[in-house]
Design a protein around this ligand. Structure first.
Ligand SMILES: NC(=O)c1ccc[n+]([C@@H]2O[C@H](COP(=O)([O-])OP(=O)(O)OC[C@H]3O[C@@H](n4cnc5c(N)ncnc54)[C@H](OP(=O)(O)O)[C@@H]3O)[C@@H](O)[C@H]2O)c1
Length: 334
C-alpha cells in the first residue's frame, strides 16, 4: 500500500510503498478514504512530541470502509462505512485516561495511508449525513472540544463562552458546539478575517489577541465568561483569569503559545475559578459527540482538502496559521 511514512524528524513527507498491515484476531483493516490532520502531526514531524519513534505513519483521524476483520470479529463489519475513535486504552475511569492510553499515529501507525489497522472497539458507523472528508475532520479536534466544553468545562444552559484562538481545528469545533447548544459565544483570534468568519458562523463578537489591551476591550464589550476554552497558554493566559466570571472554568488542552505565565492567585480563589486541563476524550465522550453532531447536523469547517501525496503542502499550510480556519483533510484513493 501507499503511505506517508515519517523516517526521521523533519524528513520530507513523501509517499512510500509499505506492506498492508497484518491483522490480529480483534483488529480490523480499514480502507481509508480520508485522513484529518492535527497539530499533533506537526509536533511529531518537527520532533517536539514525547515518545518519538521512526519509521511511523502519522495521522490520528480517519474515515473509510472496513476491508477485512480478524477472526474474533463479526464479518458483518466488512463493507461498513466507519469513522475511527482515534485512540486505544482509555480505561475504566471517565475522569482521565489510563496509563495504557495510545493515540493513533504514534506509537502505532496511523491514517496517512491507504489502509490502517485498528482495534475493533475503535470503529463507529460513519454518520450518514457526512461524507468521508467531513467525517475525517472530527475525531481528535471534535472530541477534544466536546470534552473541554461539556465534560471538563461543565457548560450549562445560559452560560457565556469564550473561545480563545478560534481559528484552529479544535477552536472551530468548540465554537460550533457551543453555538449549537445555545450559548452566547465570543472569540479571540490573531487574524481579523478569522474573527469575521467566526462571527458569520454565529459568534457574538471577538477581538484580536495581538492587539494591546485586547482583554479590556473584550471585557467592555462582552462582560465576563463562565467557560473559557484555550489551547494556546502563553502570556495571554493570565488575561483569561481576569475575563472569567465568578465560578468560571478555564479549560485548556494545548500550549501553542508557551506555558502558563504567573497568575493572580487572589483573583483565582476570590472568583472560585477552576483551571482545568483536558485531553481528547473517552469512548463515551466520542459516542456522545457523535450523537450531538447528528442531532445538530454539525458540518465541520474545512480549510483545505489535499490528496495524500500532497501531505507536506497540507502540513505547511496547517503550520502557517495565517488565514487558515478550520481543519485540513487528506483524501485517499479514488
Ligand atoms: N490535548 C489534546 O487532546 C489536544 C487535542 C487537540 C489539540 N491539542 C493542542 O491544541 C493546540 C491547537 O490544536 P489545533 O489542532 O486546533 O491546532 P491548529 O489548527 O494549528 O490551531 C492553532 C491554534 O492556536 C491559536 N493560537 C496561536 N497563538 C495563540 C495565542 N497567542 N493566543 C490564543 N490562541 C493562539 C490559533 O488561533 P488563531 O488561528 O485564531 O489565531 C489556532 O486556534 C495545539 O497545541 C495542539 O497540540 C491538544
Amino acid at each position: 500500500m501507499e503511505a506517508i511514512v515519517l523516517n526521521a524528524i523533519d524528513a520530507p513527507l513523501t509517499l512510500q510503498e509499505v506492506p498492508i498491515p497484518e491483522l490480529g484476531a480483534d483488529e480490523a483493516l480499514v480502507e481509508l478514504k480520508a485522513a484529518g490532520m492535527n497539530k499533533r502531526d506537526w509536533w511529531i514531524w518537527k520532533g517536539q512530541y514525547a515518545g518519538l519513534k521512526f519509521p511511523i505513519i502519522l495521522g490520528s483521524d480517519g474515515s473509510g470502509i472496513v476491508k477485512s476483520v480478524g477472526s474474533n470479529l463479526p464479518e458483518s463489519w466488512q463493507g461498513q462505512e466507519v469513522i475511527i475513535y482515534p485512540a486505544a486504552g482509555w480505561g475504566s475511569s471517565e475522569a482521565h485516561q489510563s496509563k495504557d492510553f495510545q493515540i493513533l499515529g504514534l506509537p502505532v501507525n496511523g491514517c496517512y495511508a491507504q489502509y490502517v489497522k485498528v482495534k475493533s472497539d475503535m470503529l463507529y458507523p460513519k454518520p450518514a449525513y457526512l461524507d468521508f472528508k467531513q467525517a475525517a475532520a472530527f475525531p481528535v479536534a471534535g472530541l477534544t472540544a466536546y470534552r473541554a466544553l461539556f465534560v471538563r468545562g461543565g457548560w450549562q444552559k445560559g452560560e457565556k463562552v469564550l473561545i480563545s484562538g478560534v481559528g484552529g481545528g479544535a477552536g472551530t469545533f468548540a465554537l460550533q458546539y457551543a453555538l449549537a447548544a445555545g450559548a452566547e459565544v465570543w472569540v479571540t483570534s490573531g487574524n481579523q478575517q478569522k474573527l469575521q468568519k467566526a462571527i458569520s458562523l454565529g459568534a457574538k463578537g471577538g477581538v484580536s489577541y495581538k492587539e494591546t489591551g485586547w482583554a479590556e476591550k473584550l471585557q467592555s464589550q462582552a462582560g465576563s465568561f463562565d467557560v473559557i476554552i484555550d489551547s494556546a497558554l502563553g502570556e495571554g493566559f493570565a488575561d483569561l483569569v481576569s475575563l472569567a466570571g465568578q465560578g468560571g472554568r478555564i479549560v485548556f488542552f494545548g500550549g501553542t503559545a508557551g506555558n502558563i505565565p504567573p497568575l493572580n492567585g487572589r483573583t483565582v480563589f476570590w472568583k472560585q475559578l477552576s483551571i482545568v486541563g483536558t485531553t481528547m476524550g473517552s469512548p463515551k465522550d466520542f459516542e456522545q459527540m457523535l450523537s450531538f453532531m447528528q442531532t445538530h447536523q454539525i458540518q465541520p469547517v474545512i480549510d483545505g482538502v489535499y490528496p495524500l501525496a500532497q501531505a507536506q503542502q497540507a502540513m505547511e499550510r496547517m503550520s502557517q496559521g495565517g488565514s487558515k480556519f478550520g481543519k485540513m483533510v487528506l483524501t485517499i484513493g479514488s
